[in-house]
Design a protein around this ligand. Structure first.
Ligand SMILES: [Zn+2]
Length: 258
């Protein structure tokens, strides 16, 4: 079986000397594909370097909605340059976060809009963070879809079944993270059963939020296997079928053939 961790923050800043063992442990359990997602210019550049060096890895470049208020004056230009260089497979992590109030809503909307327009200009998918903001993100994505073709991943999806259906209708892929394995997350699991298999992705969002049974430890891509097993069970699909489908989806959306 092969798995694709569609969203992790595996940069040398966060993992240091552990990075190689982390990659080895992932590959040992079949996690051969990983999307390394930037949150600032510096880790986006590191993600692109890592993806160039490691087979099966792709990178995304963007400024996280929680960080946009602290962005340096030249930071957006560095993201644009990196995206235009052809070294990344996606634009993000971007989006809106109405739960953490680290950045004013207007600043978040401005940066989300810049990422959306950049992605559509270069023809890359968006990697989108939502927190208590799925409704407003979908509204901005619907406006983008009216202007031209849209490719987007709603990562660590926590919206309702109606919002999931709307995202699917807009052409989005939905990523589910370790949270879906928590005992308290029965509602989220039932939302996940409504998503068509060809739009589903699994992810760890490493180093954050490990799945059961590893809750509380630093997360790493190898753990995506637990999330995949939990979701396959909830959906009544055989794990090899679920693993093959979600891996194919990730490779398609990130255009990763290595
Ligand atoms: Zn993330």
């Amino acid at each position: 079986m092969v798995f694709f961790d569609s969203h992790c923050h595996l940069d040398p800043i966060r993992y240091g000397a552990d990075l190689n063992p982390v990659l080895e442990r992932a590959r040992a359990v079949g996690v051969t594909g990983m999307a390394v997602i930037g949150t600032r210019a510096v880790d986006s550049e590191a993600a692109a370097m890592l993806a160039a060096r490691e087979p099966g890895l792709v990178a995304a470049a963007g400024i996280h909605p929680n960080d946009v208020a602290e962005a340096e004056p030249d930071e957006w230009d560095r993201i644009v340059a990196l995206v235009e260089s052809g070294r990344v497979a996606a634009v993000g992590e971007t989006g809106l976060d109405w739960y953490r109030t680290t950045a004013p809503p207007d600043t978040q909307r401005d940066y989300f809009d810049r990422h959306i327009r950049l992605a559509s200009r270069v023809g890359l998918p968006l990697v989108i963070h939502t927190r208590e903001s799925t409704r407003d993100c979908l509204t901005m994505l619907r406006e983008a879809a009216a202007r031209g073709p849209l490719a987007a991943i709603l990562h660590s999806f926590t919206g309702t079944a109606d919002e999931a259906a709307e995202a699917v209708e807009l052409g989005c892929h939905l990523g589910f993270a370790g949270m879906v394995t928590f005992r308290s997350a029965a509602d989220l699991r039932s939302v996940a059963t409504t998503v068509p298999l060809d739009r589903l992705l699994v992810e760890t969002d490493s180093p954050f939020l490990s799945p059961e049974p590893l809750r509380g430890k630093r997360n790493e891509p190898a753990n995506v296997v637990h999330t995949a097993a939990c979701l396959a069970l909830a959906r009544g699909e055989a794990l090899p079928v679920f693993a093959a489908a979600t891996t194919a989806n990730a490779r398609r959306v990130y255009r990763s053939d290595r």
